[in-house]
Design a protein. Structure first.
Ligand code: ZN
Length: 238
């Protein structure tokens, strides 16, 4: 473990074109639960799995239940960036890191000071009317009891990619561009089991592919360096 961290530190010091790809594990150490992790509590409290409630068709069919879930599970008050967010912002500032690609929707990278953040799944910090597309502040949704309505009568929704919805093509192609040019790709806090993460890393052409994750991933065989552990703890040692 120590040896791997030393190697990671060395590679970072040698690189000036790092790209970071992060999943839910980057946020869990800031107290944001991975809503996909199904526990007993879920089954007691919700009639459907999160993938169903957070889908496009469910949002249209039952916005009340969607927002009951959203308000309880996705509106997180007082979450702060952790050591991983802060270190990544520092690396960008130092001109070493070019972009962060994230599957998280919590805006914590920006809160830590990062500028080039590609949010593959959108952000809960932006909202808009699903009917007329008028933008609304996130606080309008967060503070609303029940279903937030636009002045036009439409339902206001978060600017996040729901299940059944496609990813933003512009963000995807920019992500591919960053990854294909990177000399070092660090992937953290994701099991790499789901699209688009699994597909995106195939665009990487370098020889410094680093996986930082607590458990094994299907991509372990392709990695040049594997660091096992919580990403905040690992980054706090860099
Ligand atoms: Zn509207």
């Amino acid at each position: 473990m120590e040896e791997n961290i030393r190697k990671l530190r060395q590679w970072i010091s040698e690189s000036d074109n790092i790209v970071f790809f992060g999943g839910a594990g980057v946020s869990t150490e800031s107290g944001i639960p991975d809503f996909r992790s199904v526990d007993g509590l879920y089954n007691q409290k919700w009639a459907y799995p999160p993938e169903t409630i957070l889908s496009h068709s469910f949002f249209e069919r039952d916005p009340e239940e969607f927002y009951r879930f959203y308000h309880e599970k996705l509106v997180i008050h007082g979450a702060e960036p952790n050591a991983a967010h802060r270190k990544l912002a520092e690396l960008e500032q130092a001109g070493k890191l070019k972009a962060i690609l994230t599957q998280n929707i919590d805006g914590l990278h920006q809160a830590a000071g990062s500028k080039e953040v590609l949010e593959l799944h959108g952000s809960t910090h932006r909202c808009y009317c699903a009917s007329c597309y008028k933008p609304w502040p996130a606080s309008y949704i967060n503070d609303c009891k029940g279903v937030p309505r636009c002045t036009c009568g439409g339902v206001v929704r978060p600017d996040v990619v729901l299940y059944e919805e496609s990813l933003d093509q512009d963000i995807l192609s920019r992500s591919v561009k960053y990854i294909s040019r990177a000399d070092m790709l660090i992937i953290g806090g994701t099991s790499l089991a789901v699209y688009p993460a699994a597909g995106l890393i195939h665009y990487y052409q370098g020889h410094k592919l680093v996986l930082v994750n607590r458990g094994a991933t299907p991509q372990d065989g392709n990695a040049d360096l594997i660091v096992r552990g919580n990403i905040g703890q690992v980054f706090s040692q860099l």
